[in-house]
Ligand binder design. Structure first.
Ligand code: URA
Length: 232
């Protein structure tokens, strides 16, 4: 990869700004000051530094983020803040995108990657991946409504959901496990059963949980094991 492309990908500025950076002698390759913007860099071998700080050569990104309410699950939005605002700028440059979506007012576990095959295998994969949500609701979830959620509830627009697991935790609070990701699915399931969701949080996707990102807006890389679980 060309030196200027690497530095632009890693969010050191536009191509022009990166050329300036190299020209001003602030970039080194294996300890030697870089002079050529088109110098070829080997990702696996070379050590590139800017102002003495090592540039990460990471090319593939897999992270879990504790999404706060108020952020749109998108790379860009003209009006609202987006989840990518919570990650370093290099993530956008490297093509990282959210895997599936949480509504703007939903918080909790969101996966992001720049591995399209991996991301799409989670969204469209044939394997069913259980997603656990915690919710607060208003209204009454009748015995009959709960039974319909468990059997596979029919939504107002005629969409048929697969059977789900629901557990009432205390008045107005429930935990639900679904294996699909239809538009506003949990809210629409609860609504079809007589309630209105007032708070929604995703706790897990398969074996990936909010462990180590309990604080809202924090993120960490996924482990090899977590990544591998969706590659099988
Ligand atoms: N179901 C919803 O209704 N909203 C979400 O954000 C996720 C699941």
């Amino acid at each position: 990869m060309r030196l200027d492309k690497l530095l632009a990908n890693k969010a050191f500025g536009s191509r022009k700004e990166v050329h300036q950076l190299i020209k001003s002698g602030r970039v080194s390759i294996n300890g030697v000051q870089a002079t050529k913007k088109d110098q070829s860099i080997s990702i696996d071998v070379d050590e590139v530094m800017v102002d003495g700080v090592r540039v990460s050569m990471q090319q593939m990104y897999y992270v879990k983020l504790h999404k706060p309410a108020g952020y749109v699950t998108a790379v860009e939005d003209k009006i609202h803040p987006v989840v990518m605002d919570l990650l370093p700028p290099e993530y956008i440059k490297m093509g990282v995108f959210p895997v599936g979506r949480l509504d703007k007012d939903t918080e909790g576990l969101l996966l992001l990657t720049n591995d399209g095959v991996w991301g799409h295998s989670i969204i469209n994969g044939h394997k069913s991946v259980p997603k656990v949500y915690e919710l607060n609701y208003e209204g009454i979830l009748s015995k009959e409504g709960l039974a319909r959620i468990k059997e596979g509830i029919l939504l107002g627009d005629g969409t048929q959901c697969k059977p789900a697991t629901i557990e009432l935790l205390e008045p107005g609070k429930a935990k639900i496990i679904i294996e699909e990701g239809k538009y506003h699915q949990v809210k629409r399931m609860i609504s079809a059963a007589g309630g209105t969701v007032t708070y929604l949080k995703r706790l897990s996707i398969g074996t990936i949980t909010l462990k180590d990102i309990e604080t809202i807006s924090t993120f960490i890389p996924l482990t090899e094991e977590e990544i591998g679980a969706f590659k099988k």
